[in-house]
Design a protein around this ligand. Structure first.
Ligand code: PAF
Length: 289
């Protein structure tokens, strides 16, 4: 596995692979890797001949300085993880490489509407930060395929939209959420939870499954369902940011014509020191139920 910080050096390697007719998949990360990331790598390996991963904690997507400084940096463990997973190249740029003239002077990528709803409403600027860094990384790595987790469902849709709108020649692939046996979605943020909170945190997915059952069985009255979901979270010790039923294709509020299998229920809630997000796609839930 090759590890590098230099854009030109990485580009030369990717160019060489492409000359040989090899397909290149890309998995961007902020490090602090867990088994959820492993499934992204596995999917990338299925989709291409070579896999590039990046590790970069992007300051532009943090809306709070304390959140950025607390974000766990575990570079050596992450590199060991990626090497064991069979990744071919790891790009580990620093801030100077990504934002050479500083963040203020850097061009930003704004995907309208989707950036400002749900998590975007609670984390101002977050999705501009994500779209900007992912766009830059795509231009640096020039992958054929890029893989993102469905746990960050809004992020996945934002990146699909950006790739389409900016005509970026990359196929975006979503990877199903990996869960602990308790149902808790795997996330770097779970490290902020105590052992007792981790058990409590499984209540997030329990609420989503209950809400999905109600949605499938009882039909269209989504505001009541959202309120019940938030109340269930509160009763479970969470401080909910939102529980929301949306169209899975564009995250807009569903109309009565939208079928249940076209919907997704998304939630974000604070538990202890962690802000946790999760979602359930009704089509997938129906197939697994
Ligand atoms: O999902 C993440 O880890 C980050 O938002 C990403 C896509 C690596 C961009 O910094």
């Amino acid at each position: 596995m090759q590890v590098m910080q230099d854009i030109d050096q990485m580009r030369a390697i990717v160019r060489d692979w492409k000359k040989q007719g090899l397909r290149v998949a890309f998995v961007p990360t902020m490090g602090n890797l867990h088994d959820g990331h492993l499934s992204l790598i596995r999917l990338a390996q299925e989709k291409a001949d070579k896999v590039v991963a990046s590790i970069y904690v992007n300051p532009l997507q943090f809306d709070r300085p304390d959140d950025l400084s607390a974000y766990p940096r575990t570079l050596q463990a992450d590199l060991d993880h990626l090497e064991a997973d069979g990744v071919d190249l790891v790009f580990t740029p620093d801030d100077k490489t990504i934002y050479p003239d500083g963040i203020e002077m850097s061009t930003k990528v704004d995907v309208p509407v989707i950036s400002t709803i749900l998590c975007g409403a609670h984390r101002p600027g977050h999705f501009v930060g994500v779209a900007t860094v992912v766009c830059k990384l795509f231009n640096m790595v020039a992958p054929d395929v890029a893989v993102f987790g469905e746990k960050d469902f809004q992020q996945l849709l934002l990146i699909r939209r950006m790739a389409q709108d900016l005509n970026l020649p990359v196929t975006i692939v979503g990877a199903p959420t990996r869960r602990e046996a308790s149902g808790l979605a795997m996330s770097s943020r779970n490290n902020y939870l105590t052992a007792a909170e981790k058990e409590q945190a499984a209540g997030l997915y329990r609420m989503l499954r209950d809400a999905a059952d109600k949605l499938i069985d009882a039909g269209h009255f989504y505001p009541a369902l959202e309120q019940e979901g938030a109340a269930q979270l509160e009763a479970g010790g969470f401080v909910p940011d939102y529980v929301s039923v949306r169209r899975a294709v564009d995250l807009q509020i569903p109309s009565p014509q939208d079928k249940p299998e076209e919907l997704v229920i998304l939630c974000a809630a604070i538990l202890g020191k962690a802000r946790l997000i999760d979602n359930i796609q009704i089509s997938r839930y129906l197939a697994e139920r």
